[in-house]
Write a protein that binds this ligand. Structure first.
Ligand code: MN3
Length: 227
């Protein structure tokens, strides 16, 4: 009897601890390259602050929100984003921030390691935008015109076509609050924290340099996964 009640007590204590009951705690992913790998296009100091401070804060804040809302306890990031209208604004900002930055690191690489666009991706870009250059021009223009903080995306939309879209703050096209929706395969962060140390107010220069570090192998793989 005594052993049983001790066991019950220990069990209920364990289950009351959020990190035991939760299926997942969100963690900061490692950068897939050294922080100076994208230089001179994106400098190491920017990468260290952006990844180690900004992205870490989104992860920490998301975990704090999960601890407050039991509905989030068994949800993965994709499930949270696709039903984001159900949750507090802080969930939207920080789940978005965590997803967007996790994607951003993956779709960049050192200039010597960016690979090539797959035949399937280049064919789809040609079909949907006319040419690779036309796509890059449209994407760069969309990114440069975002007022304030946000992201530019290349996504696969509901019709299976490639589409350029932009979102404010840490929103993304997976969210049920965002129009148009789709699956992002490339994203560009145009928050000032992404470029201000090196480029100050010259967002257009940052965007132009960023094309040198777009990881086409990774973008092509994301495109293939939507087929
Ligand atoms: Mn950012």
């Amino acid at each position: 009897m005594r052993i049983h009640s001790l066991y019950s007590c220990a069990l209920s204590l364990l289950l009351s601890l959020p990190w035991v009951a939760r299926a997942e705690t969100f963690t900061l992913p490692l950068l897939p390259y050294p922080s100076d790998a994208l230089a001179p296009h994106i400098d190491a100091a920017t990468m260290n602050i952006h990844h180690g401070k900004h992205h870490q804060a989104y992860v920490n804040n998301l975990n704090a929100e999960v601890a407050k809302d039991a509905r989030l306890a068994d949800k993965n990031l994709l499930q949270i984003l696709e039903a984001i209208s159900a949750y507090a604004p802080a969930v939207r900002n920080n789940a978005g921030g965590h997803f967007n930055h996790s994607l951003f690191w993956q779709v960049m690489a050192a200039p010597s390691d960016v690979g090539e666009m797959s035949d399937a991706l280049s064919a789809q870009i040609n079909a949907d935008f006319g040419s690779i250059d036309a796509f890059k021009t449209q994407f760069s223009e969309a990114a440069s015109k975002i007022f304030g903080s946000g992201w530019a995306w290349l996504m696969v939309n509901a019709e299976g076509k490639l589409q350029i879209t932009t979102t404010a703050n840490q929103d993304n096209p997976l969210m049920d609050t965002v129009t148009p929706r789709g699956t992002p395969i490339l994203g560009l962060d145009v928050w000032e924290h992404a470029y201000y140390l090196n480029y100050q107010n010259k967002r257009v220069d940052y965007i132009a340099a960023w094309w040198n570090v777009v990881n086409w192998d990774a973008v092509s793989a994301r495109f293939a996964a939507t087929r």
